[in-house]
Design a protein around this ligand. Sequence first.
Ligand code: SF4
Length: 391
Amino acid sequence: MEKYYKLLKNSLKTKREKVRTGLYLHYPFCRSKCSYCHFSSFIFEPELHCQWLSTIKKEIERLAFYLADYLVIDTVYFGGGSPSLLTPEEILSLLLALRHNLSACPEEVTLEVNPAAETDRVQGWLQAGVTRLSFGAQSFDSVVLGVLGRHYRPEQTISLVKEAVRGGGRNINLDLMIGVPGESWRTLETNLQALRELEPHHLSVYILEELEKVPFRRVWEESPRSEEEVAETYAHYQVRFEEAGWSQYEISNFSKPGFECRHNLKYWRYEPFLGLGPSASSHLGSFRWTSPGLLGEWAAAVNSGEADLPEFIELRPEAELRESLAFGLRLREGISLENLRRRFPAVDFSRLENKLSRLAATELLQIKDGRVSLPPDKFLVSNSILSELLW
Ligand code: SF4
């Protein structure tokens, strides 16, 4: 990994200012594996947990050795897996390692929390420096939770969120899943009732998908939900959330004013981010890379410092432009064409502009005040619009 850090250091040396970047820490363990999960996650074992902790601290040190002078870490995101298996003391030790090695004083520190987590940890996480708690509620309908095989009851999520508010939590997200077999209009009303009671600052709504290679596929095949049903459910959430004051700022994300997730905005605005931990992805300048996905391979790569990263690539400006459009068009604010031209001066925009005009003429895209965006009622078909635009 060291040769890559040296390459990155050389690319950053020429910058006049330090680069502001987000830092994602991937904690890969869960108490059990959900049958619909397609993430990189393994069953929790105390020895593996300790190995992860010591290795990620070493990875922080290696990163800092080469790049500390060139970066400002302004957001941190503990994702997984189930990073709520980390104790407050462990979170604190990681944040101190970031401060000590990278002078990181992040403005936003998110922790993903499984609703089955121990309630008495919540206050400790906040005191350790977590500023944003993201609860993987998935649903407040016990039928849906049962179908998904989640090991907690809706009341547990509700009491955990209330505990977070009592403990000083001032920035709370809830994840919801839609498109689950067994979901009904009652589910929507049950979820909305719980949300009215909890008033979270932020909501993420994901559609159950990518089931080809996971055991849940069998459940899905027995009682699938049609694309039309899922689209109708999504549209209802869009309307009801807007009515209740959660404004949609991204295809899957809604927030009260000022509570957009700053870390995730970096992905969509095509700003730099670094990922540490197994299978974590990074984007710095025109470089992209992903860490080895298996715990042993990742630990060996960090400890030896010599591993090859087959997925370390440098993108050409045309490919970067395509990526920035693909991410930026997920945002309701869309993307500024002027900024794109400034950022990629060597790219010929004429072909892209023709396609943009064609798609705008059929109202699949909108171009207003120099920004191009998708109409919110086209968010769910964004993939087909993007494939027409970008290829
Ligand atoms: S809790 Fe999340 S990461 Fe862990 S197995 Fe379930 S879906 Fe996957």
